[in-house]
Design a protein around this ligand. Structure first.
Ligand SMILES: [Zn+2]
Ligand SMILES: [Zn+2]
Length: 564
C-alpha cells in the first residue's frame, strides 16, 4: 500500500512537472518516498498541490496493471528516463515488469494494491536532497517523503506521536537547555559538552564509578592512540577497517586512534603473570574511542565519530563465565532502573557471517549466555547473525517514554582475543590456560546515553541529574540578599542552586525557570524573608506554597537521595 502510494505520488508529480525524471520510490517504515529530478526546487506549496493531486488519483480508483516486457522494449519505453534506463540495464533478468496506473508507468517488480482506491490515509511530510544511488558524484535529486496508514485515525495517531518526538528531540533540547554543541570548525560527529551537559555527564560518571567499585571492578585508563600492529593482531584491522581512521606516522611507526578499549586492558592484564586465584579481574574504563561513520548517518549525540564508552573487560576462567555474565546482567538492570528505564528488550545476537574462532567456541559461548538469561528468568529474543566478529552478545534495548528504542547495555563473551594475544593464567595444576574475556558496557556510550535521557525525560531530568536543581527568585531587589543567603545554605547541602536577580517580573522568571525545566523555583519576598521560608513552585506548574527553609532543604534532599 505504501509503495503504491509512492507510484501515485510519481503520477501526481508527472502531471505537475511533465519534464520530471524519475529515480526510485520504495516503501519505508511508516511510509514511502520517491526521488525526482525536476526543473526547479520544490516548495512546501508544491507538496500541497502534489498531495491534492494524489487524493484525486486515489478517488479515481484506477487499477494497477502489470506487464512483462523484454529489456529491449523497456529501453524504448523509458527512452526519456535516464535513471530508469540505468536500472533496466542493471537488471539481471531478460524480462522486466512494469506497473501502470492512470497515465503513469513505472519499472517495478511489484506487488501493488489492486487499485489506487486501496491506498489508505496519507500525508506528504517533507522534501530532502538525495544523491542518485547515494553517490555524491551523481546528480542530486529531490526526495519527497510521505507517510501512509490504513485509516485516518492511525495516521493522526502517528502524526501526534511524531510531534511529541520532535518536542523531545535531543538535538533541539540540547541547544535550548545549553547542554552540548557540534561545530563545523571542529568537525561533524564530534561533541563539545557545555557546562550543564558536562555536569549531567559527570554525575552519571561518578555514579557509574562508585557502583563499579562496589561490584569489584578496578578503574583503569589507557591511551587514545596505539600502534597499528596491535589492531592487526586483534583482527580489528581486518574486520573493522571501514570504521577505523587512517593511520598516522610517528617516528616511522604507524599509529591509529583507538576504536575500542579492549587491547589496552589486555596489556594491563599481561603486565604480570596471573594465577587462577587472581581471577576474575575486572577492568573498567570510561574510554573514549573514535570510529568513522559516514557524515550522512551522524545524528546529534546518538551517532557520532568520537564517544566515551562506559567500558569494562572481565578476565575470568571458563568456570566463572556464567557467574560473571549474570553479575553484568544484574548490574545492567540496576543501572537501567536507576535511570528510570523500566521497559527494555533483551536480545541474544548469534554468529555473524564474518567471524573469528571456531564454530565450537561460538556454540559454547552462546550456550553460556542462554543459560544465564534462563537462570535469571530474563525473557529474550534471538537476533541471528548479529554478534560481533569475536563472539556472541547480549544486547539490551531500552524503550524511552514514547516507546522509541535505544541501544543500551551490551555483554560479549570472547574466546578469540585472548588466543590472539596469548592472554593466560596458571591453573591450580601449574599448567597454562587461556583466559576468557567478557566485553561489556552498561550504558553504551556517554553520548548516546545522555541523548536517550534527554528524550526519555523530555529535558526535565530527575532532580539528582538536573544541572540546576533550584532557582531562587527574589520578588524585589530588596529580597536579593536573602535569596543569596539561601543559595549559600543550599550549596552547603550540595544542592545546586542559582539566584535569578535580574530585574524582570517574577512571573516571567518563573516561566523561564519552567522552560529551563528546573525542578524547584523558590520564590522569596517579605513574608518569606521574615519567616526564614520560601514559596515553592515546581516545573510542572504545581504551586507547593510556603515552606520553611529546612522543610524545603529536606524536600529537595530527599528527591536527590531517591534519584527521583
Ligand atoms: Zn512499484
Ligand atoms: Zn572490548
Amino acid at each position: 500500500m505504501r509503495h503504491s502510494a509512492a507510484h501515485v505520488m510519481a503520477e501526481a508529480v508527472q502531471s505537475l512537472f511533465p519534464q520530471a525524471k524519475f529515480g526510485i520510490g520504495p516503501a519505508i517504515e511508516n511510509g514511502f518516498y520517491y526521488d525526482f529530478d525536476l526543473p526547479r526546487s520544490l516548495t512546501p506549496e508544491d507538496l500541497t498541490l502534489i498531495g491534492n493531486k494524489m487524493t484525486e488519483i486515489i478517488d479515481d480508483n484506477s487499477p494497477f496493471a502489470t506487464k512483462e516486457l523484454s529489456k529491449e522494449a523497456a529501453r524504448r519505453l523509458f527512452i526519456d528516463q535516464p535513471y530508469k534506463l540505468e536500472l533496466v540495464d542493471e537488471l539481471p533478468d531478460t524480462v522486466v515488469t512494469t506497473y501502470t496506473q492512470g497515465s503513469f508507468t513505472d519499472l517495478c517488480r511489484g506487488p501493488h494494491v489492486a487499485s489506487t482506491g486501496d491506498i489508505g490515509a496519507f500525508k506528504l511530510t517533507h522534501i530532502a536532497g538525495a544523491y542518485w544511488r547515494g553517490d555524491e558524484k551523481r546528480p542530486m535529486l529531490q526526495r519527497i517523503y510521505g507517510v501512509a496508514f490504513d485509516s485516518q485515525a492511525e495516521l493522526e495517531d502517528y502524526l501526534v506521536q511524531q510531534a511529541e518526538a520532535a518536542k523531545r528531540d535531543h538535538r533541539r533540547l540540547g541547544k535550548e537547555l545549553d547542554l552540548f554543541s557540534i561545530h563545523e570548525e571542529i568537525g561533524p560527529g564530534l561533541i563539545c559538552w557545555h557546562p550543564k551537559g558536562a555536569l549531567i555527564r559527570q554525575i552519571i560518571e561518578d555514579f557509574w564509578k562508585e557502583e563499579h567499585i562496589k561490584q569489584g571492578y578496578d578503574i583503569v585508563y589507557t591511551p587514545h592512540i596505539a600502534k597499528i600492529d596491535l589492531w592487526k593482531t586483534s583482527g580489528h584491522w581486518d574486520f573493522y577497517r571501514d570504521y577505523l581512521y587512517s593511520p598516522m606516522d610517528v617516528e616511522g611507526k604507524q599509529y591509529i586512534l583507538k576504536p575500542m578499549n579492549c587491547l589496552g586492558h589486555i596489556m594491563i592484564y599481561k603486565s604480570q603473570l596471573r594465577s587462577y586465584r587472581d581471577l576474575p579481574l575486572r577492568y573498567a574504563e570510561l574510554g573514549t574511542v573514535y570510529r568513522y561513520e559516514r557524515a550522512g548517518v551522524l545524528y546529534g549525540l546518538a551517532r557520532v565519530r568520537g564517544f566515551t564508552q562506559d567500558d569494562a573487560h572481565i578476565f575470568c576462567r571458563s568456570d566463572q563465565i556464567e557467574a560473571e555474565v549474570a553479575g553484568v546482567v544484574r548490574l545492567s538492570q540496576f543501572m537501567m532502573t536507576t535511570f528510570g528505564f523500566n521497559d527494555y528488550e533483551v536480545l541474544l545476537s548469534t554468529r555473524p557471517e564474518k567471524y573469528a574462532g571456531t564454530i565450537q567456541m561460538w556454540e559454547q559461548a552462546t550456550g553460556s549466555l542462554k543459560r544465564v538469561l534462563d537462570e535469571l528468568q530474563t525473557p529474550y529474543k534471538e537476533d541471528p547473525g548479529q554478534g560481533v566478529f569475536y563472539g556472541p552478545k547480549i544486547d539490551i534495548k531500552l524503550k524511552d517514554a514514547i516507546g522509541h528504542g535505544w541501544q543500551g547495555p551490551t555483554i560479549q563473551v570472547d574466546f578469540n582475543l585472548p588466543q590472539r594475544f596469548h592472554v593466560c593464567y596458571i591453573g591450580s595444576d601449574g599448567l597454562e590456560y587461556t583466559v576468557t574475556m567478557i566485553h561489556r558496557t552498561v550504558l553504551g556510550s556517554m553520548e548516546r546515553f545522555v541523548a536517550c535521557l534527554i528524550e526519555h525525560y523530555s529535558g526535565a531530568f530527575p532532580v539528582w541529574l538536573a544541572p540546576v536543581q533550584a532557582m531562587i527568585i527574589p520578588i524585589a531587589d530588596r529580597h536579593s540578599d536573602y535569596a543569596h543567603r539561601i543559595r549559600q545554605e543550599l550549596q552547603q547541602e550540595k544542592i545546586r542552586a542559582q539566584v535569578d536577580d535580574r530585574s524582570e517580573r517574577m512571573n516571567m522568571k518563573i516561566r523561564e525557570g519552567q522552560l529551563a525545566k528546573i525542578p524547584y523555583m523558590l520564590i522569596v519576598g517579605d513574608k518569606e524573608a521574615a519567616s526564614s521560608s520560601v514559596s515553592i513552585r515546581l516545573r510542572n506548574g504545581e504551586d507547593v506554597g510556603l515552606q520553611s527553609l529546612s522543610e524545603a532543604k529536606a524536600r529537595i534532599g530527599t528527591a536527590i537521595e531517591a534519584k527521583a
